[in-house]
Design a protein around this ligand. Structure first.
Ligand code: SF4
Length: 324
């Protein structure tokens, strides 16, 4: 499939509060939220970005949508460098990409009816008024919401969390985007309504051929919706492969720990859970070598000295570990 999004050497650093010693030495410490991501996403591909809170997946998603500027590296969308986009080209890009928010109650203005929530992006993008009803009808149909007059008059407080998240999704789809990033799209919803939303997402990909990145800490969600899974740890990609392969045969010790932490069908449950230790926040102080080494049960001397590169172990399945 032709590449739609190509990120190369992507980095995003944030300044952190300096301690007294660092101020005196004139040091400016940074948090490396994203630290060297190379990621190519094909047209129509669904990619799950997976990892614990603080691993850099949300920042990566925002970089891909040009919602924040990279510290280093480039992102190309449909062949064009995002850094060069301005004027009409930037406006077109904003129409072609959409972000689906985590919390549907924050995503929609509480004073907006469903009609107004769907009309706003069309107006902002300059879509002719006569096209609005048909575009809204199609978007409502795609997320399986009733396309009836009374429904368009409802306010967010008159909808359930699941219905509101469908409206959020319809609002993202009403401009017929080519690429969406969905950040923990069902994490705020009741477990009982999650399956319905996930089915809608799968249908949307099947019917629209949409390219998408799903950001989540939930392996089951990513496997259900995404054909490909990318696992991140402390700003780095540590594994990348077909979702079914990554779940059935995880290569990286961190991925294995994630897989064994959730009840996913067809995972080899005979293996003992890895004795993964410590927390992500404690691990952030590490510099150089493999970032997972303090938590890895297999760490050896080389892991502290040398950063493991991504290696292809099976077709389309890569991971970064010296043991591979
Ligand atoms: Fe563990 Fe070393 Fe592999 Fe890192 S490189 S995951 S520390 S064995």
């Amino acid at each position: 499939m032709a590449p739609l999004v190509v990120a190369s050497g992507l980095e995003k650093h944030f300044p952190v509060t300096r301690r007294l010693g660092e101020v005196l030495r004139g040091e400016r410490p940074v948090s490396r939220a994203v630290d060297g991501i190379d990621l190519t996403i094909g047209e129509g591909e669904t990619v799950g970005l997976l990892g614990e809170s603080g691993c850099g997946k949300t920042t990566t998603g925002r970089l891909l949508l040009k919602l924040t500027r990279p510290t280093a590296g480039t992102i190309r969308f449909d062949g064009g460098d995002l850094a060069d986009l301005a004027g009409a080209a930037l406006k077109r890009f904003r129409r072609e990409v959409q972000l689906v928010f985590q919390n549907p109650f924050d995503a929609i203005n509480p004073r907006f009816t469903v009609f107004r929530a769907l009309r706003e992006p069309l107006q902002n993008a300059g879509v002719p008024k006569e096209e609005h009803p048909e575009r809204m009808r199609v978007a409502m149909h795609r997320v399986r919401l009733p396309d009836v007059e009374g429904y368009y008059d409802r306010y967010p407080h008159q909808l359930s969390g699941g219905q509101l998240q469908r409206v959020v999704l319809a609002r993202a789809l009403v401009l017929e985007p080519r690429f969406i990033v969905a950040d923990e799209p069902v994490s705020m919803l009741d477990v009982s309504v999650r399956a319905g939303i996930l089915n809608v997402m799968r249908d949307v990909h099947a019917t629209m051929g949409l390219t998408a990145v799903y950001i989540s800490h939930d392996f089951a969600l990513v496997r259900y919706v995404c054909a490909r899974t990318v696992v991140m740890y402390l700003g780095k990609m540590v594994e990348d492969g077909p979702s079914a392969e990554v779940v059935a045969r995880p290569l990286h010790p961190y991925t294995r720990a994630l897989v064994q932490a959730v009840p996913v069908p067809r995972v080899d449950q005979s293996r003992e859970p890895l004795p993964i230790k410590g927390s992500l926040s404690a691990a952030q102080a590490q510099v150089g070598g493999c970032r997972f080494r303090d938590r890895c049960p297999y760490a050896f001397a080389r892991c502290a000295d040398e950063e493991p590169p991504m290696r292809e172990v099976a077709p389309g399945h890569r991971a970064a570990c010296h043991l591979l």
